[in-house]
Design a protein around this ligand. Structure first.
Ligand SMILES: [Zn+2]
Length: 479
């Protein structure tokens, strides 16, 4: 018998500290949290990592604008991220910051190995650089001379840099992706990556001469490490790449990198090539999710339509926000969200659906069973497909299955009218309520990775010897 517990290592990108958490970063981190909870339920040894990217010109500029020294600035923002995840009931096992000693030492070792691999060389670079993206831009990527993502003119940079021979890795990457040794989800993103590779890969600069607040190269102090490479390495530095090889070998390779679709080139081409160069295994899978629009428009500060997940959690409860984001848009696709839509789902699915079923069943149990819960019953609905859907990151599909069972149970109560039936056939009512109780309990188990607080309330109420429903409804209606 194998007594070694399966491990499950899941990560989010680390977020730039020039902005507070928004609905996009919240969405990525939420999905990772749900998967982490799902695998903890199976008794696996889960390591869920998130964190903050604190180096680079972009961060230095934002600190300057805020009138703070850089360390104060990054400390303040890292704390904001940590707190936001708390408010959304997101519970990472580790939170890495790129200004931490454990990370800096690991990146130094990484670059030393990269140099020893013979895959670096010195050369001259000329090109447009967008500080907002922290990356070079091709002429064809600019719109009217500005970066379309940041609406700012990139800088023309001409300097001596160190380069990584990315071009040499095209065929091996292609093979590993095509054979699914390195898996990319969803399929559209996998095809996008393969098409990038088929267009031919160019070598990339891995150091900069002019970057502010970046790590120096270990062997060339005039050059700083390109921040994107520094950041990508967090996935290895957090689990002891430099300090604890035993821990590293236990968790690496990552089982899932969850990312937004805008950074697939970094995660599906550059990152695996770097790992191959230093002789480490590739992550098992990358899942790139889609983007939200709000009422059909791109979210932007200037439009004033940015949704703040923490403010929404304060108003509707964190479980409601978690449910809404994962139910509304199939994971992996783009989709439209708004507070109006959240409110509709809250009232229809949570207050009238699950909340109503819970209060009806527990009320009637209290009234008609007189605390006698009898033997355990088997749930009348099979919800095993829910776990399958969640494990494949089809969160919306899994939630639809649960809500079909909720609607079925509410209709069954309407039809059988236990409050009348109890006068003539109390035994039948008892059977009905015990079986609905078993269904509710199963729903709570299946729902708990997505809605941990609600699931706990339901389980606690049903686990009492005598039914004790919460004093407050699970989801009070919102006008
Ligand atoms: Zn940009």
């Amino acid at each position: 018998m194998n007594l070694e517990r399966n491990k499950f290592y899941i990560t989010t990108p680390i977020y730039y500290v020039n902005d507070k958490p928004h609905i996009g970063t919240g969405y990525t981190t939420l999905a990772a949290d749900v998967l982490a909870r799902l695998h903890r339920q199976l008794g696996e040894d889960v390591y869920f990592l998130t964190g903050t990217a604190e180096h680079g010109s972009k961060v230095a500029e934002s600190a300057e604008k805020a009138g703070l020294n850089i360390q104060e600035f990054v400390d303040e923002y890292a704390a904001k991220f940590s707190l936001a995840w708390d408010e959304l009931t997101i519970a990472p096992d580790d939170f890495i910051r790129t200004t931490e000693e454990r990370h800096i030492r690991a990146v130094n070792l990484f670059f030393t190995k990269l140099k020893d691999s013979g895959k670096l060389y010195e050369g001259d670079y000329e090109g447009w650089y967008c500080v907002g993206c922290e990356s070079f831009k091709k002429e064809s990527e600019l719109v009217n001379g500005v970066c379309p993502l940041h609406n700012r003119k990139p800088e023309w940079i001409k300097e001596r840099n160190w380069f990584f021979k990315l071009s040499e890795f095209a065929s091996i990457l292609k093979e590993k992706i095509e054979t699914d040794e390195f898996r990319i989800f969803p399929l559209a993103r996998k095809n996008e990556v393969l098409s990038f590779i088929n267009q031919g890969l160019e070598d990339i600069a891995v150091s900069r001469r002019t970057a502010k607040f970046a790590m120096p190269l270990p062997w060339d102090k005039e050059q700083t490490i390109y921040v994107w490479l520094d950041e990508l390495f967090n996935y290895c530095s957090a689990i002891g790449y430099e300090s604890d090889r035993k821990k590293f070998d236990k968790y690496w390779p990552a089982d899932f990198h969850i990312i937004g679709k805008d950074i697939i080139k970094f995660h599906c081409i550059i990152w695996p090539a770097l790992l191959l160069a230093i002789g480490e295994q590739l992550p098992r899978a990358v899942y790139a999710h889609g983007f939200f629009t709000v009422n059909g428009q791109k979210m932007s500060k200037s439009l004033g339509n940015v949704m703040d997940p923490v403010a929404l959690a304060h108003q509707y409860g964190s479980d409601a926000v978690r449910y809404f984001l994962l139910r509304e848009v199939p994971f992996g696709q783009d989709g439209d969200v708004s507070e109006e839509k959240l409110k509709e789902r809250y009232n229809a699915d949570l207050a009238n659906g699950l909340g109503n079923l819970f209060s009806r069943v527990t009320n009637m149990m209290e009234k008609y069973l007189d605390g006698d819960l009898g033997d355990a019953r088997v749930s009348p609905k099979d919800l095993s497909e829910v776990s399958e859907a969640f494990h494949s990151l089809n969160f919306s599909e899994g939630l639809v299955k649960i809500w079909e069972a909720i609607a079925w149970a509410n209709q069954l109560i309407d039809k059988s009218k236990p409050w009348e039936l109890v006068k003539t056939e109390p035994k039948k009512v008892k059977e009905l309520l015990l079986s609905l109780g078993a269904l509710l309990y199963d729903i709570a188990l299946k729902l708990s990775p997505v809605m941990p607080e609600t699931a706990n309330k339901i389980k606690t109420a049903l686990e009492q010897e005598k039914i004790m429903k919460p004093a407050q409804p699970l989801f009070p209606k919102i006008e």
